[in-house]
Design a protein around this ligand. Structure first.
Ligand code: ZN
Length: 197
């Protein structure tokens, strides 16, 4: 998702920043062509800080691999936690500073984060300019297209062998399959590809 700053969002972002800066130091990830400051909570019993850093690092490498370098010289990733499991909501902003805000459930583990597509999707937005609202589709379309390809190229998504197996399945099935590891994906029998051609 990509957003323009409404007053409400701006207020909540400012409040979020105030909380983040209280004694919290960013971890800086260096990637080809750029650096990313990651602000993430260190909560006992919640999603592990190291796992969050590893997640951002993997997404950064996927995006840098696809584009040949990271799309911007510097970005901030601000992670907040919420109830539940999984990645819930991401937003990318180009101004006043380049940043991604994203929320993660406290019960999320490293396996969940390795399967997640959202962080890579948000980072792909950094490579495309903001369009007028009526052209917003191309921003989401580009990010949706590039994200799985970037993850596969960097070895962070399903393998190319899996993609070949899935190529004759329906578009919907492929999209679903790209969200999970190869070995866990079993397409409906009716859509299994024929072997040998
Ligand atoms: Zn998006």
């Amino acid at each position: 998702m990509r957003g323009t700053l409404s007053k409400l969002v701006l207020l909540s972002v400012m409040l979020g920043f105030a909380g983040d800066t209280e004694g919290r130091k960013a971890t800086t990830i260096m990637v080809s062509g750029g650096s990313i400051d990651v602000f993430a909570p260190r909560e006992k019993g919640g999603v592990a800080y190291e796992d969050l850093i590893q997640w951002v690092n993997a997404a950064s490498k996927s995006v840098a691999t696809y584009f040949g370098r990271y799309p911007v010289p510097h970005a901030e990733v601000r992670i907040t936690t919420t109830e539940g499991r999984g990645v819930h909501h991401g937003m990318t902003f180009g101004s006043p500073s380049v940043r991604i805000s994203i929320s993660v459930g406290r019960d999320t583990d490293l396996t969940d984060l390795k399967r997640d597509w959202t962080m890579t999707h948000e980072m792909v937005h950094l490579a495309f300019p903001s369009m007028a609202e009526r052209h917003h589709w191309i921003e989401e379309g580009t990010a949706t297209y590039v994200e799985p390809v970037a993850r596969v190229q960097a070895g962070a998504g399903p393998s190319f062998a899996c993609l070949r197996t899935w190529r004759s399945t329906s578009e919907h099935t492929i999209k679903r399959a790209l969200r999970m590891p190869c070995e866990e994906f079993s397409p409906p029998v009716a859509t299994l590809p024929k072997i040998g051609h």
